[in-house]
Design a protein around this ligand. Structure first.
Ligand SMILES: *Cc1c(COP(=O)(O)O)cnc(C)c1O
Length: 236
């Protein structure tokens, strides 16, 4: 390591540089696939990383963040949201119904609406609190039995219920493809389902495959490791 490196905040420099590299790659991929780079929102996934790492990303202009646990997000983001009123926080992990109240209070987008009981609880809390975070339906595109999400063939009916029965502000779909399969066909399926349903937001793609997701129509990519580095401990 050179002397000039040693004098700098190593973590900060890394986050800023990595963020810039990811942004460049998003812009390049958009250009190569004929999409406007403004059509893709980078969700910086800060789970397991400290508030200082989030601050560094904020200083570099990042405003959209993703966390997978309500409790952890509550420890990091209330202060930051006060200081940065345009910060947008997305919940990208499973939501238990007993955490719905806290989630609705803190998050601006809930990407993981994955079952009727949760939709009902969200609707009830939104009515009580008056806060209406945007909702994405999580789709189990690989129909994996151990994975959360609505199976593709049930999405249309679930979406209708979310709107008509629960009056939820559903704006899109999200998926996490099976780890052992090519993600492209899952991305294509999700984008097509969103298009048919008239939903504008499509959340798909992580550090390893966000360029592919953009080529297949992602409007939101969820990128953690490529921005913040390896996680200090495994996320739940
Ligand atoms: C952790 C996580 C990500 C980010 O993963 P990386 O590989 O670190 O980019 C994206 N989406 C979800 C749902 C996650 O839990």
């Amino acid at each position: 390591m050179t002397a000039s490196h040693a004098q700098q905040d190593a973590m900060g420099e890394t986050v800023t540089a990595r963020l810039q590299a990811v942004r460049r790659s998003i812009a390049d991929t958009c250009a190569a696939s004929g999409r406007d780079s403004g059509a893709v929102t980078l969700v910086a996934v800060s789970k397991t990383h400290p508030a200082e790492a989030v601050e560094e990303a904020l200083a570099a202009g990042q405003r959209v963040f993703g966390e997978n646990r309500v409790q952890e997000a509550k420890g990091k983001f209330p202060d930051l949201k006060e200081r940065f009123p345009d910060l947008e926080l997305h919940l990208i992990g499973p939501l238990q119904t007993n955490k719905v109240k806290e989630a609705v209070a803190l998050f601006d987008v809930i990407q993981t609406v994955d079952r009727p009981k949760l939709a009902e609880a969200l609707a009830s809390e939104m009515a009580k609190s008056g806060r209406r975070p945007r909702c994405l339906i999580e789709v189990n595109t690989g129909e994996e039995p151990q994975k959360a999400g609505i199976p593709p063939r049930e999405v249309e009916a679930f979406l209708a219920a979310c709107r008509d029965t629960w009056n939820l502000p559903v704006t899109g779909l999200m998926c996490i493809p099976p780890v052992d399969e090519e993600p492209a066909m899952h991305f294509a399926l999700l984008a097509e389902m969103a298009r048919r349903a008239g939903l504008p937001e499509v959340s798909m793609g992580m550090s390893g495959d966000y360029e592919t997701a953009i080529r297949f129509g992602a409007t939101h990519v969820r990128v953690g490791t490529a921005i913040f580095g390896a996680r200090p401990y495994p996320a739940a």
